[in-house]
Design a protein around this ligand. Structure first.
Ligand SMILES: Nc1ncnc2c1ncn2[C@@H]1O[C@H](COP(=O)(O)OP(=O)(O)O)[C@@H](O)[C@H]1O
Ligand SMILES: [Mg+2]
Length: 259
């Protein structure tokens, strides 16, 4: 049975797609059977991280009930299997009829891991992605707006009763203005399971349309992603103590999330 893991953030641009693509690729490289699903219905871009022809059928036609899910599994040049989102702008106008969860059911025994790249925001698309998985990884940046949205995403994942594996801190600069890991862990009350530095090799690899773990395996970002994959596969997760930071408590109160 596949472990179905969604990468969720609330805020856009924090690195969900980059992390999901590279985690899926690294799992595949370690000989696991992996499917990567682009659950961004309105703003899909997983296929742009590879050289997949995005003009073909996509998850969109599956969710519309036009075709079966097996018909939209594409093989990337690295060998990883991907279900792309539909890039056609007209997709925005059509109504979704099927749930992603029910569509993935038939694939559960064919894979070890199904990695879902969720959309930005916490609307229907993201909820669809969370409903289709059993485990969620929160992706965020060491900045207040990003971790505040991550907290909202955490709340949504809790409401939908999925298992929160932990937080990936992406685009860390290592400079003074980055929020500290411990403060973020305290604020979100979740373990930090990944620390990915801001690394120019990520942008280079996107231009080359090859995941950074494959294109630049010795880069800092690639090494950090492989470390994250080790933690996900070994489930070396730990329980975090409750926070007592007054500033963070105030933000939680403003969000209506204070326990
Ligand atoms: N670790 C990183 N270092 C440098 N740039 C990054 C890193 N992670 C992501 N990026 C860049 O940030 C942008 C947004 O990343 P993306 O994965 O598309 O975010 P999201 O899916 O959360 O919207 C992309 O242009 C990507 O190249
Ligand atoms: Mg994305």
């Amino acid at each position: 049975m596949a472990r179905v893991i969604a990468f969720v953030s609330g805020k856009g641009g924090v690195g969900k797609t980059t992390t999901a693509v590279n985690v899926a690729q690294a799992l595949f490289d370690s000989k696991k059977k992996v499917l990567l699903v682009d659950a961004n219905v309105t703003t899909p871009n997983v296929s742009l991280h590879y050289s997949i022809n995005p003009g073909g059928f996509s998850l969109h036609e599956v969710l519309n009930g036009k075709i079966g899910i097996e018909q939209v599994i594409y093989k990337t040049e690295t060998g990883l299997l991907v279900i792309p989102g539909g890039l056609n702008f007209d997709n925005l106008k059509t109504k979704i009829k099927k749930s992603l969860a029910s569509m993935l059911l038939s694939l559960m025994d064919k894979f070890d891991y199904i990695i879902i790249d969720a959309g930005a925001g916490l609307g229907m698309e993201t909820q669809m992605a969370i409903r289709a998985c059993e485990e969620v990884v929160l992706v965020t940046n060491p900045e207040l707006p990003a971790i505040t949205d991550a907290l909202r995403a955490k709340k949504l994942a809790e409401d939908l009763r999925v298992n929160l594996l932990g937080v990936v801190l992406n685009k860390k600069t290592g400079l003074d203005f980055d929020l500290k890991d411990q403060n973020i862990a305290d604020f979100l009350e979740l373990p930090i399971i990944g620390d990915i530095p801001f690394d120019i090799n990520v942008s280079k690899s996107i231009k080359e349309r090859i995941p950074v773990v494959t294109a630049y395996p010795l880069s800092k970002a690639a090494k950090a992603i492989k470390k994250l994959v080790n933690i996900i596969t070994k489930e070396e997760l730990y329980i975090q103590d409750k926070p007592d930071n007054a500033f963070f408590k105030w933000i939680k109160k403003s969000l209506g999330l204070n326990q």
